[in-house]
Design a protein. Structure first.
Lengths: 280, 362, 285
């Protein structure tokens, strides 16, 4: 193939500038010693990360109780979402790859569906349905079921509704590549079915399970649309940041964004490291 | 047999929805025997082996190992171990862990298992490889791990499912010899399935030839080669010329057959009507003139059409009037060794060498 | 017996997930969308919510605007991304190929919110672009680039880019360089080679990328809210405001259904026009 022409290469360069301009701006102005994340540059500071608030009237993100609470809320959602995504995704992978049952084609089609439903609609449908259940139980049992009202529990369910699709696809793809004669060989050498599962099949799936977990963690932390609809009074990080952005930007938001980016980059690197090599 | 057979199959049938993959197969394998099942792909040999290992269940009949019926015994409780076609080494484990897997399953302590693993690895020539990941072994080494993994459990029976299939030609030749020696050293009963007749003939004490779910013939490699019982065996085992024709009747020695090219030959067998005749290339005697072959009932003059030089396995393709194209082994020591295409040549063979079988519906 | 139990145990989470989190909630909003209020806390079956959608210009205009802008955004994303994907797949050599590809992925590790924040910082009146243009003397005083449809389209294109580049690159990777060279060798110009060889080969990637970008754009919320103008509403904002602000769930459900219908119909037409299957397309992306 011929070398690309100069104008073509300039276009590619311009494209990558366009791609990174917003992120670099966010990162750079997290260190601006100013009340506003905008030019002019007033000097370098880490006040917006670790400051006590003495300088700008607002504490750095690591000392801001509201920011830390939002982070904690995100964790409260992300950890159950991650664990359930791994467990249920693995069960689904076995169901789709190993079992035959009536309606299997329909079920596997339905499992893909959440990917094409806009997040806002997943949110409102789960909100409406859980409210109906809560209302019905309230009149019937005369008890108030708070967890079915907007809040972190519903956020977990809402995020699971589409993250499960992704974890099922990741783990299922790995299970599809599994050579079943390995299981027969283990049985043949005297292993029980449970032992075959724990010593042969699950170790083979492990990279995909870890990968699916990391992707779930990332997606849970960053999800906005579904979370926004289902959230109650405890706001996870993206929702809290959204609220702050509407009130007016400060470099603290940039600092939080940078930390999020670094965290996401770290997770993404982990995903790349655990994802199975070509062997096996 | 005076001893109890290590393996006995009694009328085993496997029916896959109307298709009989294995059809009423019975045989016995004596302790210490190397028994091969030879057949083309799709003949049912893999299904048969999977039934012995316990991965499939017979529709009818019984599988008996050392006098114990295996019906209802799951794969993981049978005193049978299998070397898989893909070898199925556990890729996330080392050589030692692979070999020790069965011992661990049997509840044998690490202290006891360690020396056994070392001993077996030494014996198969993999001493010092215990900590090597199996992904970093050569084809031949992987083969030995797969066998060691079975032998360490001291099974009554080792099943081998075309384990040499994935190797290149040279290594395959080498591993044939090695497998035979291993089997002799451990004196374990081997049941080996293959579609490669050379593997079966070289290694086995006895070979069963299988076709369409049935055993065509069970016998020593020599018996199969020299005295095939059926048309299929005559055609499948060893290299051969195949002619078709019609039986003309009994003769003083053997029977007569008229080939479709309108030449009558003397053959052996008890066929009638439409028939196929088989003639091994090395059973064809070659000479400069027909008069030198007067002792043979079948003798013809023809010309050399092509010389296929392949060292000791060199052959001639010969054309003769009214005779179908014929391949004959060309001895590299005789006076004809230097013969060229186009040269006149005489050839002949005994009635005994031409095996005639009734043609079955093809 | 044990096998049936195992099957049941494996089926249970899948059925609970699809049943309780996907199907029943959608049945619920379907029912809600057809219920109309006749008195306080009394609802009957009816089409009032859909009629209201048609009767109120703000609603259907927003809907049409969302649909048309989403198609526009998808096309722009395709046009911008195609040369980049072609470069990565066919021109980049050695190490630069995976590096360029990974660089495309990086911005999407960051959340949507962070990316939007970046564009706000760049485009706002006191922002970086305005400062830069003043510094080099192109403009005399601060200019607001934010809060208009241009900024909105820019943000949406940026957000969809990755989902276009990845399937495009994968599709173009499988095109043999020899085929392109043969195209030139047989006397083709740049344009005919592109039209007759490269684009037909990339078609599955183009369709997969376009569908995903369109669906993400239609369903986007943050970008229109933050970058769009005051009267440049997005349909998801209508749904949000009906549900959360006005607490009119039946109306919001009807809007939700309209949005689902929109994305389904457009995706269906796209697949029909190009003769691609749904499942394969989805798996590919």
């Amino acid at each position: 193939m011929n070398k690309a022409s100069l104008s073509y290469r300039l276009y590619i360069l311009a494209f990558y500038l366009f791609l990174f301009a917003p992120l670099v701006s966010v990162a750079v102005f997290a260190f601006n010693a100013s009340l506003f994340p905008a030019p002019p540059w007033k000097g370098f500071t880490v006040e917006w990360f670790t400051g006590t608030g003495a300088l700008f009237g607002k504490p750095g993100i690591f000392r801001d109780p509201a920011m830390l609470a939002a982070f904690l809320n995100s964790l409260k959602v992300a950890i159950p979402v991650t664990l359930l995504s791994i467990v249920i995704g693995t069960a689904n992978a076995f169901l789709l790859e190993r079992r035959e049952f009536p309606g299997k084609a329909l079920l596997s089609m339905m499992m893909l569906w959440p990917l094409v439903i806009p997040g806002v609609i997943l949110g409102i449908s789960i909100l409406a349905f859980s409210s109906r259940i809560a209302n019905a139980l309230e009149t019937w049992l005369n008890m108030d079921l708070d967890f079915l009202r907007p809040g972190l529990f519903l956020v977990i369910l809402g995020q699971l509704s589409f993250i499960l699709t992704i974890s099922t696809l990741i783990i299922g793809a790995r299970l599809k590549k599994f050579d079943r004669s390995l299981e027969e060989a283990a049985l043949d050498l005297g292993a029980s079915r449970l032992r075959v599962l724990t010593t042969i099949t699950l170790p083979f799936l492990k990279p995909a399970m870890v990968g699916a977990g990391l992707v779930a963690l990332l997606m849970s932390f960053e999800n906005f649309n579904t979370t926004l609809i289902l959230v109650g009074s405890d706001a996870p990080l993206p929702i809290y940041m959204y609220g702050q952005m509407r009130e007016g930007a400060t470099p603290a938001l940039n600092a939080a964004s940078l930390v999020l980016m670094l965290g996401a980059g770290f997770l993404a690197t982990l995903v790349a490291l655990v994802s199975p090599r070509k062997e096996a | 047999m005076s001893q109890v057979a290590d393996l006995a199959l009694l009328g085993v049938t496997k029916d896959f929805g109307g298709h009989k993959a294995v059809n009423d197969v019975s045989f016995e394998v004596a302790p210490g025997e190397f028994f091969s099942i030879l057949g083309p792909s799709g003949c049912g040999k893999t299904t048969l082996m999977r039934m012995i290992a316990g991965f499939e269940h017979p529709s009818a009949g019984d599988i008996v190992i050392r006098g114990q019926s295996m019906l209802g015994v799951p794969a993981n409780r049978r005193p049978v171990n299998m070397v898989f076609q893909s070898l199925a080494l556990f890729p996330m484990m080392t050589v030692g862990e692979n070999v020790g897997y069965g011992l661990a399953c049997a509840g044998i302590s690490k202290a006891e298992a360690g020396p056994r693993i070392t001993r077996i690895l030494d014996k198969v020539g993999l001493g010092g490889f215990a900590d090597r990941p199996v992904t970093r072994l050569s084809g031949g080494q992987r083969q030995r791990v797969a066998i060691a993994r079975c032998l360490v459990l001291e099974p009554t029976l080792v099943l081998l499912d075309e384990p040499l299939g994935a190797l290149d030609l040279k290594l395959r030749e080498h591993m044939k010899l090695e497998l035979k020696q291993l089997q002799a050293a451990f004196n374990t009963t081997f049941v080996y399935i293959t579609h490669d007749q050379s593997e079966a003939l070289v290694m086995s004490n006895r070979v069963a030839v299988m076709n369409h779910g049935r055993f065509e013939q069970v016998g020593s490699p020599r018996e199969l080669y020299h005295h095939p019982a059926t048309s299929f065996v005559a055609g499948f085992v060893g290299d051969t010329n195949i002619f078709s024709g019609e039986v003309t009747g009994a003769r003083a020695a053997g029977i007569g057959i008229r080939l479709s090219t309108d030449v009558e030959l003397a053959g052996s067998g008890s066929a009638s009507g439409q028939a196929k005749a088989y003639l091994r290339p090395e059973a064809v005697a070659l000479a400069g003139s027909v008069s030198e072959l007067s002792a043979l009932p079948n003798r013809f003059a023809g010309t050399v059409s092509t010389v296929l030089f392949d060292g000791a396995a060199s052959t001639l393709v010969i054309r003769a009037d009214k005779f179908p194209m014929l391949r004959a082994t060309l001895p590299q020591a005789g006076p004809l060794a230097g013969i060229e295409a186009g040269a006149p040549i005489a050839f002949g063979f005994t009635a005994e060498a031409l095996k005639v079988f009734s043609a079955r519906g093809v | 017996m044990g096998r049936r139990l195992a099957l049941f145990l494996l089926l249970a989470p899948a059925v609970l997930w699809i049943g309780l989190l996907v199907i029943l909630p959608h049945v619920e909003i379907a029912i809600l969308s057809f219920s109309q209020r006749v008195a306080a806390r009394v609802y009957t079956f009816g089409f009032a919510n859909y009629l209201e959608f048609l009767a109120e210009p703000v609603y259907w205009r927003t809907f049409a605007r969302t649909a048309l802008l989403s198609i526009l955004v998808t096309l722009i994303t395709l046009v911008i991304s195609f040369p980049v994907a072609l470069y990565i797949a066919k021109f980049a050599r050695g190490k630069s190929k995976p590096v360029l590809f990974l660089l495309c992925l990086i911005p999407f590790w960051a959340s949507e919110l962070v990316r939007t924040l970046g564009w706000m910082m760049l485009l706002r009146e006191t922002g970086i672009l305005s400062h830069f243009l003043q510094a080099i003397g192109v403009i005399g005083r601060p200019v607001e680039f934010l809060y208009n449809d241009g900024a909105l389209v820019l943000g949406l294109v940026y957000g969809g880019m990755l989902f276009m580049i990845v399937p495009l690159t994968n599709a173009l990777e499988s095109l043999e360089t020899a085929q392109i060279e043969a195209g030139y060798d047989l006397g083709g110009s740049h344009l005919t080679v592109l039209r007759r060889i490269i684009i037909p080969h990339a078609m599955p990637g183009i369709v997969a990328g376009s569908i995903v970008v369109f669906m993400l754009t239609v369903g986007n919320f943050v970008t229109p809210v933050m970058l769009g103008g005051k009267n440049g509403l997005w349909f998801t904002e209508q749904i949000y405001s009906q549900f959360i602000t006005r607490f009119n769930w039946p109306q919001g459900s009807a809007f939700g259904f309209m949005l689902l219908l929109l994305s389904t119909v457009i995706v269906w037409i796209g697949l029909r026009l190009t003769g691609q299957g749904f499942s394969e397309t989805l798996r590919r992306s």
